[in-house]
Design a protein around this ligand. Structure first.
Ligand SMILES: *Cc1c(COP(=O)(O)O)cnc(C)c1O
Length: 347
């Protein structure tokens, strides 16, 4: 049996989602006349408590469009060192928007108002103006950690006092909402822009929605078009996102329970060390200790037995999503135990 815990991006549309996609009423997305996209935008706008929204093919494009819309060339952007926007977006902020990254080395992907203050530059004849704060909810490379709403408010309020704009990469914001029991709109209430991804644990094949003020979204359209993200019958894809919105609560709760089960099991395996005693959402990070084996080799050995995990950032990563059952998690634990016990120990 093959078990794929590499990423929640490996989720594939269910039969029911495929049916919803096949039956979607469609129009011309870039003219604003695709009824299914319009429906999705209205749903997300209200769920996130913002004025307006725009449909984009990927989360990476949401970040690129948001940065381009908020910032001028040569402006500084504050984000955490392991944020996706820093590490995995091909330098988009620099190459597309000419923006200077101002990097905070935080804890678990998070930081404080004092960190924001310390990394801010007002701008002068000599210094670049820091104009945007970007946070990630949940923090992917930190292990799916969840910011508290109080901490999110605090850093955003500090940024606003400094005259900056605030942006939330909410690729897994719905995971955070399910994990905390606090509505998504509360998490992003202090943020000028926020987006959600439907292709991670939400299980849709394509689509993200970026939200903000009507004025911001109007300017974002210019960048969507410029980057080639304006669509035609986008409703086919929006239908998958709408289907996900109607069904995500129980699914994500199950994903979180499966991640917890995996993390608990790993704690009892010799030579395995989990990064967090308690998982907070659907991501588990772990490492090897006391053995002569590199993480990459360990990933290969597991793959040979039918278990796919990632070596992502600086650790071994397993992510749960809608294709994964608790039975598979138990088998995965058995495979990790078998491989770990076969490794040569360092004395
Ligand atoms: C996946 C991800 C993105 C990028 O989204 P894509 O839809 O893959 O382009 C951005 N930020 C975070 C935190 C992510 O996990």
């Amino acid at each position: 049996m093959k078990i794929n815990l590499y990423s929640d991006t490996q989720s594939i549309p269910t039969e029911a989602m495929r049916e919803a996609i096949a039956r979607a009423p469609v129009g011309d997305e870039q003219k604003g006349t695709d009824p299914t996209v319009t429906n999705l935008l209205e749903r997300v706008t209200s769920l996130l408590g913002k004025e307006a929204a725009i449909f984009l093919p990927t989360g990476t494009m949401c970040n690129a469009v948001a940065v381009a819309t908020h910032c001028g060339r040569g402006d500084g952007l504050i984000a955490e060192a392991n944020a996706h926007i820093m590490r995995y977006e091909a330098g988009g902020m620099a190459s597309i928007s000419g923006v200077l990254p101002k990097v905070i080395h935080g804890q678990d992907g998070q930081f404080s108002a004092a960190d924001v203050l310390a990394h801010h530059d007002e701008g002068s004849r000599y210094t670049p103006r820091t104009t945007l704060l970007a946070v990630e909810q949940t923090c992917n490379l930190a292990g799916g950690t969840v910011w508290s709403v109080a901490a999110l408010d605090e850093v955003a309020q500090q940024a606003k006092e400094l005259g900056m704009k605030t942006h939330m990469d909410g690729a897994r914001l719905f995971n955070a909402a399910v994990s905390t029991g606090v509505a998504a709109a509360e998490h992003c209430r202090e943020y000028d822009s926020v987006w959600v991804d439907f292709t991670k644990g939400m299980g849709a094949p394509m689509g993200s929605v970026l939200c903000g003020s009507s004025e911001f979204i109007e300017r974002a359209w210019h960048w969507k078009h410029r980057l080639g993200g304006a669509l035609r019958q986008g409703g086919m894809m929006a239908a998958g996102c709408l289907y996900a919105l109607d069904h995500y609560q129980d699914q994500l709760a199950q994903d979180h329970a499966n991640a917890r089960l995996f993390n608990e099991g790993l704690k009892n395996i010799t030579h395995i060390k989990v990064r967090h005693a308690e998982t907070q959402s659907n991501i588990v990070y772990f490492s090897l200790t006391g053995v002569k084996c590199t993480p990459s080799r360990f990933v290969e050995l597991l793959a040979e037995r039918g278990l796919k995990v990632g070596f992502v950032g600086d650790g071994l990563r397993a992510v749960t999503y809608n294709g994964i059952t608790s039975d598979q998690i138990n088998i995965a634990l058995k495979l990790v135990r078998e491989v770990a016990s076969s490794l040569e120990a360092i004395n």
